[in-house]
Every structure is written in C-alpha cells, then in structure tokens.
Design a protein around this ligand. Structure first.
Ligand code: GDP
Ligand code: MG
Length: 443
C-alpha cells in the first residue's frame, strides 16, 4: 500500500536535501509537490488544504529556512503532521464495566465486517483469554450466516444464529440473552451491509443500536475505495454516531486517501487495520507508525510486534538472551526461518523494515520461498556441533555440507556469511538502541 504516495512525498522532500539554506521559493515548490502527492493519493481536499497550511506555518514558524539541515526538519514536520491528521495517539477498544462488552460491526457489503468480527474475536481470545460470542444478524445473504459460522469454527468462537427468517433485531435480542446466560465477556454483532447506504439499512442498524446499546460501534471500511470510504464513513457516522473505524485491505493497492482522511473528516478514531485475509491479519492502528510507513520510513515497531505475537513468550525471551550473549546459533536461525515462514510472505515483512520499503534494489525482488527451503537444507546438512558452534565451519566441512544439501559451495559460504552478519546485527540491536540496525540497513 501507499507506494505511489510514499514515492512522491520522498521526491518532494528530496529536492531540499543537501541544501544548507532553503529559500522561500524552494519551500513553496516542496509544498506544492506535497499537495499534489496527497491529492493524487485521493486524500480529501479539505484535509489536504489544512495539512499543507499547517506544515507551511510550522516550517516558517520554526525558522526552518534559517536553521540547520532544513530537509530533515521538514521531514520531521511532515511526519508529525501526518500523525496528527490520523489521530495523534492510539485509541483502545471501548470496554464495558460489566460483561459483556458489546461490539457492533457496521459497514457496506464487502467491506470486511464478517472477516473483521472473526479477527477481532480471535485477537481478544488470544490477548485477553476472552470468551466471545458472535451474533449472525445479516439475514439478507443466505451465505452470510454460513460464512460467519465458518469463521467461528476456524477460530473456535461460538456463533449465535437463527437462520434468515427472523428479524435481525430479534436475533440480536436472543443472542444477547444467550451471552448473558453463558457469561460471555464479549459479544460481536455481525450486521448486514448494502452496496450503498440506504434508509432501510440505517433504520435496521439504529434499532439494533438502540436495543443493544453497544460499547463500540466499529465502522468497517475498505481502504481501497479511497474517497468513497470517506463518504461512507460520514454517512454511517451521521446515522449511528460510530465509536471507531476499522480500515481493511491495507495489504492491497491502496493509495492512502482513506487512511489520511477518515479521522479528520469524521472526527472518529481509526482503531484497527486489516492487512490480509488471514484471521491473524488485524493490527491495532498506530497513527505515528502509519505516518512513518507512508513516508517510507518503515514500520519496524509493528514488525517487532508481529514477530512477538507469532512467537511464544518463552521462545522470544530465550532469543533475546541469546542475542545479548551472542550465542545465537544455526538451530536458532532455523527456528527463526520457520517463524518467518509462518508470518507470511517475505515481501510483506521486508516492506516494514526501514529503508527497505522503497529500496529500488528490492523493488522487483521476488522472495522465493524456495530460497528459504535451500537455507534449511543447508542447515539440516550440518552436524549438531556445527549448528551450535558455527566457528568450526572450515572449508572441508563446508564442502561436505554442500554435497549433503545439494547446494553449491558458494551458496553455503554466502549463507554462513549472512548468518554471521545477522548475528552481529542482532547483538548490536539487543545491546543498544535501533541505531545499530539503522547503520546495518544503510540509513
Ligand atoms: P462483509 O460483507 O462486510 O461482511 O465483508 P467480508 O468480511 O465478507 O469480506 C469481504 C472480502 O474481503 C472477503 O473476501 C475477505 O476475505 C476480504 N477481506 C476482508 N478484510 C480484508 C483485508 O484486510 N485484506 C484483504 N486482502 N482482504 C480482506
Ligand atoms: Mg458479512
């Protein structure tokens, strides 16, 4: 996502780089480029105007023109303003004081309500040991109930349904009664959508809201739809006074307009983002990280969190210790590779690393899962001693490993070299701040 926007913003600011002093006209030109970049990314016009005005004022106020390294200062200001536009801080899920917390999903057809209900239920289950119940209140598409039941089965969360012949409001009433009886701590109500906002849909949702008094009304919008997503959000917010937004399909080819406009236009926080079809692909929305991602500065914190999430706590701790003590070996490396493979396509992960997102050298690189298999084959051909004590890997051992794994000896050498530099990097990271990492990545 955001490739076009990132590229254009970087270009807009690149022209300032290396300039000891930025003239009024340099600044004007940069602001013009930023403005065009945002409009092209389908950011709401009013939002763009406000954004550009703020940056210009701050740039002037901070005496960027006189100060040292004006380019860096502008990048910093743009980053901060992007963050502000998207909401400044994270806003957590609303919770009820007594169970159940009721979460109502709303949104157009295909936005991702059903999928997101499942993702959120799974997240609550994993992070809070919660026992959610999902209510199937979309009776207009026969497949909708099936779909929610499939999701429920997959994540092992019960689904309350009464078929398609009962009014949604009555289903919700019965579902809530069941949740009370079973002491479920969360209830997620999956509602119907339409291709367009219409009165009948809104009335139905208003009735459900009036009865269920949800703690959270999450509007689910498809980030790929740009300005339409923003208009949809306005419409739903006017009718339902939503409490939060979930932006879905951020893994796709979105231009950024929805992410950058919705908060400002509706004044409602984006709480989560959907970044894939898998049930684990729901992340808390962090405005500051999203701003860095849009600027192509990567999303290293999310990456670390993602790794940690998919990693069991003990294993993570063990790894941190090994990194610190510099005893990371090939067995750990193998573990890591397996974890990485579980995390999803390597391309997606690489995009989150600072400096990698728009690294032209990596633009067309296809991360072949076969490469990972080759690395594994090489490690499997090592003896236990070699795995735990990589220093013993002399040329004759390397030749033997090459024969055993069926990989050329150059590849074995390259892999060992990569392993060693990774080890060094990890050691630096664990013993200091991120600057070690940034150095390695040539930032
Ligand atoms: P609903 O009509 O609002 O309930 O939407 P669904 O939950 O049925 O989702 C519609 C389609 O969007 C499904 O094919 C989902 O797999 C897909 N989808 C939902 N969220 C995401 C996401 O974050 N990323 C991607 N790539 N697909 C998603
Ligand atoms: Mg649905």
């Amino acid at each position: 996502a955001f490739e076009g926007l990132t590229e254009r913003l970087q270009k807009a600011m690149r022209s300032l780089r290396g300039k000891g002093k930025v003239s009024e006209s340099d600044l004007r030109e940069t602001m013009r480029e930023i403005r065009l970049a945002l409009l092209e990314a389908d950011v709401n016009f009013t939002v763009v105007r406000k954004f550009v005005k703020n940056i210009r004022e701050r740039a002037k106020g901070a005496d960027v023109l006189e100060g040292l390294n004006p380019a860096q200062q502008i990048v910093k200001i743009v980053n901060e303003e992007l963050t502000k536009t998207m909401g400044e801080t994270d806003v957590p899920l609303n919770k009820s004081e007594k169970i159940p917390t009721i979460i109502m999903m709303a949104g157009l057809q295909g936005a991702g309500k059903t999928t997101t209900a499942g993702k959120l239920a799974l997240k609550l289950k994993k992070e809070e040991n919660a026992r959610p119940l999902m209510i199937a209140a979309d009776i207009y598409r026969p497949a909708a109930i099936d779909q929610l039941e499939q999701v429920g089965k997959q994540i092992e969360v019960p689904v309350f349904q009464m078929g398609t012949d009962i009014e949604p409001l009555d289903i919700v009433k019965a579902g809530l009664a069941q949740a009370k009886e079973n002491h479920n701590d969360y209830v997620l109500i999956d509602t119907a959508g339409r291709l367009q906002i219409d009165e009948k849909l809104m009335d139905e949702l208003k009735d459900i809201k009036a009865y269920a008094k949800p703690d959270e009304i999450l509007l689910v919008v498809d980030a790929m739809t740009g300005q339409n997503a923003v208009e949809t959000a306005e419409g739903f917010n006017d009718a339902l006074d939503i409490t939060g937004v979930v932006l879905t399909k951020l893994d796709g080819d979105t231009r950024g307009g929805a992410a950058l406009s919705i908060r400002d236009v509706t004044n409602k926080p984006i709480k989560f983002v959907g970044q894939g079809e898998k049930m684990t692909a729901l992340d808390v929305f962090h405005p500051d990280r999203m701003a860095s991602r849009i600027l192509g500065m990567g999303d290293i914190l999310s990456l670390i969190e993602k790794t940690q999430q998919d990693y069991d706590e003990k294993q993570a701790q063990k790894l941190t210790e090994k990194m610190r003590e510099n005893t990371f070996d090939f067995d750990d490396f193998l573990d890591q590779l397996q974890q990485i493979q579980k995390m999803g396509p390597l391309e997606d992960i690489i995009k989150m690393i600072p400096g990698m997102a728009n690294n032209p050298a990596l633009k067309n690189v296809n991360m072949d899962p076969k490469d990972l298999e080759h690395i594994k084959a090489i490690i499997y051909s090592m003896t236990n001693e070699e795995r735990t004590n990589p220093d013993v890997l002399n040329p004759s051992r390397r030749r033997r490993i090459s024969r055993g794994s069926g990989r050329p000896v150059q590849e074995v050498n390259r892999m060992i070299k990569q392993f060693n530099s990774m080890k060094k990097m990890m050691n630096k990271m664990s013993n200091g701040n991120m600057s070690g990492m940034e150095n390695m990545l040539g930032q």
